[in-house]
Design a protein around this ligand. Structure first.
Ligand SMILES: [Zn+2]
Length: 119
């Protein structure tokens, strides 16, 4: 098992959790397709400087799981229409939670296209 120091000693994780997350994301995308969605990939890894920039503007948090390589944002489409409401993401979010993941649709400030392992 490797220990991965992510950036300036802020985060230290075992890389096997990141590997598990990446594999789960593959299943997440396949599940989205099974549910009838098409998917494009949004942000996965976020540099800590960018996370701080977002946080200063009220978008996201400085300690985002994106900085830990444990989160991804997906954009869902149905019938070529980009789905923007959190409710549209609920079936996939519920599935993700059943796998042990955290779905952003449950956040105080809902973030329906956010899927992470942790928070
Ligand atoms: Zn996100």
């Amino acid at each position: 098992m490797w220990i991965l120091g992510c950036y300036q000693g802020v985060v230290s994780l075992t890389v096997d959790v990141q590997w598990r997350f990446a594999s789960l994301v593959a299943h997440l995308i396949l599940e989205a397709n099974r549910l009838g969605y098409n998917v494009t990939l949004g942000e996965a890894w976020r540099h800590p400087v960018m996370a701080a920039w977002y946080a200063a503007r009220g978008k996201g948090v400085r300690e985002s799981f994106h900085t830990k390589r444990l989160a991804i944002d997906l954009q869902l489409f149905r019938d070529s229409v980009y789905l923007t409401s959190t409710e549209d993401y609920t079936p996939l979010g519920v599935w993700w939670e059943a796998q042990g993941g955290t779905w952003g649709g449950r956040f105080k400030r809902a973030d329906g296209n956010h899927f992470s392992l942790g928070e």
